[in-house]
Design a protein around this ligand. Structure first.
Ligand code: SF4
Ligand code: SF4
Length: 196
């Protein structure tokens, strides 16, 4: 028999079991994009490589000058390449957020009939989840500093249920099945505690 909430690692990422119970509802227009995001060095390079396709899709609230798109790279072991590059803010929002609250990277992917997240940084896809010190967990620091995000009392589903598509994107179908097993294990351990 497994231990209560025995830590689980899937594809090299530890799982914080709190994701199975934390309540979350996504109902606003991209407030999470007001602070920008850290991209992996490879994601940064991919975005720079397609700059000529991104610029025409931007509006006048966004900078066409690519020198204004990113901060200086910094070391960060939570990124595959070991280097993170933050997106800059412009008009008090991520440079890639347009005035209608849409991400230009996602808009471009959709316009090209690619997967909607083909150009989107992983940490944008994952939020309100994040990977911190090698563990998939809740980005509560970011959630807490936002004014609208998850502040309504009618939120009623777990962050896990709210983010299934994102979790499949991260782990693939096989990894997601492992996650489902871990969830069942955690909830049966919780039930055993309740009846004990
Ligand atoms: S994750 Fe939060 S801030 Fe982002 S769109 Fe959803 S509710 Fe808004
Ligand atoms: S890259 Fe797109 S999704 Fe990510 S913070 Fe910027 S606007 Fe939002």
């Amino acid at each position: 028999m497994s231990k209560i909430n025995e830590p689980r690692e899937i594809k090299g990422i530890k799982i914080d079991p709190a994701i199975f119970t934390f309540k979350f509802g996504c109902r606003c227009n991209g407030e999470c994009c007001y602070y920008g995001v850290y991209t992996d060095l490879k994601e940064y390079q991919k975005i720079i490589d397609i700059k000529d396709k991104i610029i025409p899709i931007m509006d006048d609230s966004q900078p066409a000058d690519i020198e204004k798109w990113f901060e200086a790279p910094e070391k960060d072991e939570d990124f595959d390449s070991g280097v993170a590059v933050g997106t800059e803010l412009y008009n008090k929002k991520c440079v890639f957020l347009d005035k209608n609250g849409l991400c230009s990277l996602q808009k471009l992917a959709l316009a090209e009939k690619k997967h909607k997240w083909a150009y989107k940084p992983l940490y944008c896809v994952l939020f309100p989840l994040t990977i911190f010190e090698g563990a998939l967990t809740i980005d509560d620091d970011h959630i807490n500093r936002l004014k609208i995000c998850n502040k309504r009392p009618e939120n009623d589903i777990s962050i896990y249920d709210a983010c299934k598509e994102e979790l499949i994107h991260l782990f693939g179908d096989d990894g997601f099945l492992e996650l489902e097993e871990y969830k069942k294990e955690c909830s049966s351990n919780e039930s055993s505690k309740e009846v004990a």
